[in-house]
Design a protein around this ligand. Structure first.
Ligand SMILES: Nc1nc2c(ncn2[C@@H]2O[C@H](COP(=O)(O)OP(=O)(O)OP(=O)(O)O)[C@@H](O)[C@H]2O)c(=O)[nH]1
Ligand SMILES: [Zn+2]
Length: 183
C-alpha cells in the first residue's frame, strides 16, 4: 500500500472539513490512518487460495457448518464499517479444509472496500473453486453504519445475504438443514 498517498489524502480530508492539521491531536492522525489501512484493507493483497488449497481427505461427506464467524468490513460507497456474522456450510466431496481457513477466507474478503452481496458470493465461489465440494451455502448478517450513524439512520437494521452453489441451489431440504444448524 502507498502509505504516503494515504497520509496526503487524510490530510486533505481534514483540511477539507475545516480542521487544523497542525493542532496537536491531529499531527499523527494521517500516519495512524495509513497504518490502520494496512490492517483493515489488508485483504486486498491476500488471496484466499493460500488458505483453501491445504485440504485433508475426508470420508464423511455430510454437511459441515461453521457459524457465527464475526467479521468487519468497509462499505465501498461511504467507507463506513459494516459488521456482523458469517455462517458457512458445505458438503465435501472427499476433501475438507482446516476450520480456521473458512474464517480466514471471510477475513480476506471482509478486509476490502465491499458490498455485502459481493462479499457473500466471493466466499462461496472460492470454497467451490478450491475445495470442489458438492455444494456450499454462505449467509452474512450485518449492520451497516452508513445506515445507522448517517443517511436513513435506522440503527438495528440487519441485512442478511445468502448465496448457494452446487447441491444447495435447488435443494430446499438441504437449505433447511443448514438453517436449522445455524439457528
Ligand atoms: N446493496 C448494497 N447496498 C449497500 C451496501 N452498503 C451500503 N449500501 C447502500 O448503498 C447505497 C448508496 O446509495 P447512494 O444513493 O449512491 O448514496 P447516498 O446518497 O449516500 O444514499 P443514502 O445512504 O440513502 O443516503 C445506499 O442505499 C446504501 O444503503 C451493501 O453492502 N449492499
Ligand atoms: Zn455505505
Amino acid at each position: 500500500m502507498d502509505q504516503k498517498k494515504i497520509e496526503e489524502g487524510v490530510k486533505l480530508l481534514l483540511e477539507g472539513i475545516g480542521e487544523d492539521v497542525k493542532r496537536e491531536g491531529l499531527l499523527e492522525t494521517p500516519r495512524r490512518v495509513a497504518k490502520m489501512c494496512e490492517e483493515i484493507f489488508g485483504g486486498l493483497k491476500t488471496d484466499a487460495e493460500e488458505y483453501l488449497v491445504k485440504t485433508f481427505t475426508a470420508t464423511n461427506n455430510e454437511i459441515i457448518v461453521e457459524k457465527e464467524i464475526p467479521f468487519y468490513s468497509m462499505c465501498e460507497h461511504h467507507l463506513l464499517p459494516f459488521y456482523g456474522k458469517a455462517h458457512i456450510g458445505y458438503i465435501p466431496d472427499g476433501k475438507v479444509v482446516g476450520l480456521s481457513k473458512l474464517a480466514r477466507t471471510v477475513e480476506v474478503y471482509g478486509k476490502r472496500p465491499q458490498i455485502q452481496e459481493q462479499m457473500t458470493a466471493q466466499i462461496a465461489d472460492d470454497i467451490m473453486k478450491y475445495l470442489n465440494p458438492k455444494g456450499v451455502i454462505v449467509v452474512l448478517e450485518a449492520e451497516h453504519m452508513c445506515m445507522t450513524m448517517r443517511g436513513v439512520r435506522k440503527p438495528g437494521t440487519l441485512t442478511t445475504t445468502l448465496v448457494t452453489r452446487g447441491a444447495f441451489e435447488q435443494n430446499q431440504e438441504l437449505k433447511n438443514t443448514f438453517f436449522q444448524l445455524i439457528k
